[in-house]
Ligand binder design. Structure first.
Ligand SMILES: Cc1cc2nc3c(=O)[nH]c(=O)nc-3n(C[C@H](O)[C@H](O)[C@H](O)COP(=O)(O)OP(=O)(O)OC[C@H]3O[C@@H](n4cnc5c(N)ncnc54)[C@H](O)[C@@H]3O)c2cc1C
Length: 507
């Protein structure tokens, strides 16, 4: 552990972990603390799309859309195991945006820059076609275009993993409680289970997402100049609405859009809502009103009504958007703003806003702002390695985009005892590192105890040892979504198993 870190990052969401990876790969001494689980807040509550955001074109956010579209394919290339292309169907809906408006938006989306491998827009017929199965009869045709899907928590954890393999110190369940200027840096007090400790760092990076304002006032001793606008977004998971693999992007009667996305085999993910949030950021969930809103939206587009009784699971997050003064929550910018705090003395960088899709570019922008604050030798290092994160695979992703099936086939031969569905899921999560999870196993029983839904002791051990997982929720609702197919008693048994493990390690 160095006597003084170059940077201390507060927050282990996608932005904090992305910055940690970039900085550690440029030779900096990095410390990151996360008060809960990695990606435990907004970064695991997203719609899980790597997208330019078709609707941001209506707000003239061309720079954001272009940058995000470029990132979409770049992230696919560095994480081909848990990023995959998706086709979206945008139905034409009488009384909503005109056909020519949709076509024009998609033309810009296809040609604004950034689309290299993904197929472009096509016209599609829905009426009488498998694609239109279950849809309201008024939806007869539309357009199909491309974006990508990402397992959001995997992206966060693999950035943290890469950072730690490059020497970064990552501490979870560790909250930053105070920080004060101290000679040429900061003294940062962190608390793990009530036990306080101080570390020193030259620069503080505030990547606390919805808590960013709180961190500014704790460190700079004054309210933040830039402001976070908290906007809640909720999703519901319901039994599969249709058999095909396309997502729909529908326009709702309030001119918002929402998605239906095939999810975890047997389900459809529906989201999202967009409402200003003024509750307790440490404790909230999807409201009954939001659930009803999403069910009503689906019911207008499908021939069978959806009710809140159909909901299998829901999750909710708060977007830490930059407050640009927009009147409606859905109109607030999704772009990021980086604030270097001069009043607090050099060395406090705060992040406001952003998207999962653009986290890597945000990390690069933070490195640019950091460079002048570093000693000359470190600044040189930082400049020399600019852009490296877009050229280097994330852990497990060191194979070509089009080699997914080939890699999977090789593992199928090696682990022939695994059911196909389980193997595919494991490869999607761990990619080329799957042998580190399964080891020399020759049969299912070699993987130890099973907890349900294909979760084995070998995988649980790996997640605890290598991926900072501590409790059942980390494993079955964040690192995976296996909890959807597990009984509550299986999840409780997993928690008891993990507690027993912790006690035997402590004893
Ligand atoms: C409903 C919804 C849908 C979305 N869909 C998409 C999408 O499809 N595609 C996309 O690109 N983006 C999407 N986004 C946006 C994206 O999820 C966010 O921009 C991104 O996750 C923000 O990441 P973050 O790291 O800034 O914040 P967070 O993930 O919230 O991380 C901040 C972390 O800081 C920690 N922290 C706070 N205070 C302290 C402290 N004192 N000490 C230590 N740690 C602390 C918190 O515990 C938290 O884990 C969506 C957002 C929402 C809410």
């Amino acid at each position: 552990m160095p006597e003084i870190y170059d940077i201390a990052i507060i927050g282990g969401g996608i932005n904090g972990c992305g910055i940690a990876r970039d900085a550690a790969g440029r030779g900096l001494d990095v410390y990151l603390c996360e008060k809960g689980d990695l990606g435990g807040a907004t970064s695991s509550a997203s719609t899980k799309l790597l997208h330019g955001g078709l609707r941001y074109l209506e707000h003239y956010e061309f720079k954001l859309v272009r940058e995000a579209l470029q990132e979409r394919e770049r992230l696919w290339a560095i994480a081909p195991h848990f990023v995959r292309p998706l086709r979206f169907v945008l139905p034409y809906m009488p009384g909503m945006r005109a056909k020519w408006q949709l076509r024009l938006g998609l033309f810009i989306y296809d040609h604004i820059g950034g689309r290299v491998r993904l197929p472009g827009t096509t016209n599609v017929r829905l009426a009488g076609q498998a694609l239109g199965e279950g849809l309201a009869s008024s939806l007869k045709s539309g357009f199909e275009y491309s974006d990508c899907w990402v397992e959001d928590n995997r992206l966060v954890v693999m950035n943290a993993k890469a950072a730690s393999e490059l020497g970064a110190v990552i501490e979870t369940h560790t909250a930053m409680t105070a920080a004060k200027r101290d000679g040429d840096g900061w003294s940062v007090t962190v608390s793990l289970g009530g036990h306080q400790r101080t570390i020193r760092a030259r620069t503080l990076i505030n990547a606390a997402g919805p808590w960013a304002n709180d961190i500014v006032s704790r460190t700079a001793g004054r309210p933040a100049r830039g402001k976070v606008r908290l906007v809640q977004g909720s999703h519901i998971v319901v039994p599969k609405l249709y058999a095909h693999d396309r997502c729909f992007i529908f326009q709702n009667s309030d001119s918002r859009i929402f998605f239906t996305i095939p999810y975890e085999g047997d389900y459809t993910l529906v989201g999202t809502t967009d409402r200003d949030f003024d509750g307790d950021i440490d404790q909230f969930s999807a409201t009954e009103q939001e659930k009803a809103y999403l069910c009503n939206a689906v019911s207008r587009c499908f021939d069978k009504p959806l009710t809140t009784a159909d909901i299998v699971w829901s999750y909710s997050g708060v977007r830490p958007l930059y407050d640009d003064g927009a009147s409606a929550a859905q109109k607030a910018t999704r772009d990021y703003v980086i604030e270097v705090d001069e009043e607090a003395g050099i060395g406090l960088i705060s992040i406001f806003g952003g998207k999962i899709t653009t986290y890597r570019r945000l990390a690069e922008a933070v490195m640019d702002r950091l460079e002048p604050l570093l000693a000359r030798d470190k600044a040189k290092l930082v400049a020399a390695r600019a852009g490296w994160t877009g050229r280097t695979a994330l852990p497990g992703g060191d194979f070509a985009i089009d080699a997914f099936e080939e890699q999977l086939a090789a593992l199928r031969a090696r682990y022939a005892f695994l059911p196909e569905e389980q193997l595919r899921r494991l490869f999607t999560y761990y990619g080329s590192r799957l042998p580190l999870v399964l080891g020399q196993a020759k049969s299912l029983s070699d993987l130890g105890r099973t907890f349900g839904a294909g979760l084995t002791e070998a995988e649980v051990d790996y997640l605890v040892r290598e991926e900072w997982a501590r409790n059942a929720e980390d494993i079955v609702f964040r690192r995976s979504k296996l909890g959807l197919n597990m009984r509550s008693e299986d999840i409780a048994a997993l928690d008891r198993f993990l507690e027993g493990k912790r006690q035997s390690l402590a004893g």
